[in-house]
Design a binder for this molecule. Structure first.
Ligand code: AMP
Length: 283
């Protein structure tokens, strides 16, 4: 695996490989890699001659400075895992390489419309502008044929889909299923920050989603959402939101016609750690 730190070098290397006829698959990450990330690498390897992973803890997408400061960094282990997984190129840029004019978020300019007003957009102001800022830059550097994203970040997938339209990228988005621990907890770099007791209780997110999938009926949704909240709170999880939305548009629903494909989405705090998860229904 080549480890490349400069944008111009990675761009040049990939340009040559594209000219030789290779398909390029790209897996952008913030590191602290786990099997969820590796499942994206595997999906990319199956369909592309060259798989590129980036590791960059993007300062502009954190709206909580403590979350940024304490974001887990496990670079040596990440490199080992990527080598084993057969990744071809690791792009490891500095902040300066991604943001030559500084990592400011002054000109928030991506028109994400409704998507930025709900759920993560509402609870993490500016977060998706930061995601767009870094993805815009990374997509111009890597210029992949295929982009691999995790369904774990459902709304982020929709935001990036919109971003690709806004920047005129023709990359194909591949959304990979959420990789879970045996007890249902979605793998996440932030899980590393949970203590033993919190880690056990964090399964409440999956239990809450499973509860919704088993109990949802066409008609008003307030009763099932209220009971779902009780499931979450019984595990000491404090929700920012528990919502059910149209899976295609993310419009929030208070009534389900029984036909529309929907998604249940949760964000909740376990102590100081904010976790998110979702499930497309009927599961
Ligand atoms: P992150 O490093 O958290 O920014 O995630 C990098 C990519 O991995 C994103 O596309 C995530 O949606 C995806 N990802 C994170 N956790 C999982 C998981 N448990 N299963 C599948 N994909 C994931």
């Amino acid at each position: 695996m080549f480890i490349i730190k400069l944008a111009k070098d990675v761009h040049q290397y990939l340009q040559n490989r594209r000219l030789q006829g290779h398909m390029v698959g790209f897996v952008p990450t913030m590191g602290a890699l786990h099997n969820g990330h590796l499942s994206l690498i595997e999906a990319s390897r199956k369909a592309n001659g060259i798989t590129v992973c980036s590791i960059f803890v993007n300062p502009t997408q954190f709206n909580d400075s403590e979350d940024f400061q304490k974001y887990p960094v496990t670079l040596e282990n990440d490199i080992c895992q990527l080598e084993k997984a057969g990744c071809d190129v690791l792009f490891l840029p500095s902040v300066n390489e991604i943001y030559p004019r500084g990592p400011e978020r002054k000109n928030l300019s991506y028109d994400l419309g409704y998507l930025e007003t709900v759920l993560e957009g509402q609870y993490r102001p500016g977060h998706f502008q930061g995601v767009c800022q870094v993805m815009d830059r990374l997509m111009h550097i890597v210029e992949p044929h295929n982009l691999y994203l995790g369904q774990k970040d459902y709304q982020q997938c929709m935001v990036i889909k919109k971003l690709l339209l806004l920047i005129g990228s023709h990359a194909h988005i591949n959304i990979c299923p959420t990789f879970r621990q045996p007890d249902g907890l979605a793998m996440s770099s932030r899980n590393m920050r949970l203590n033993e007791e919190e880690r056990k209780l964090a399964t409440g997110l999956y239990e809450c989603l499973t509860f919704i999938s088993k109990n949802i009926q066409p008609g008003p949704l307030n009763a099932v959402l209220k009971d779902a909240r009780t499931v979450l709170e019984s595990k000491k999880l404090l929700p920012d939101y528990i919502e059910i939305a149209d899976a295609g548009t993310l419009r929030l629903l208070d009534n389900w016609d029984g036909q529309t494909k929907i998604v249940a989405l949760i964000a909740a705090f376990m102590g100081k750690i904010r976790l998110i998860d979702n499930m497309v229904l009927p599961a």
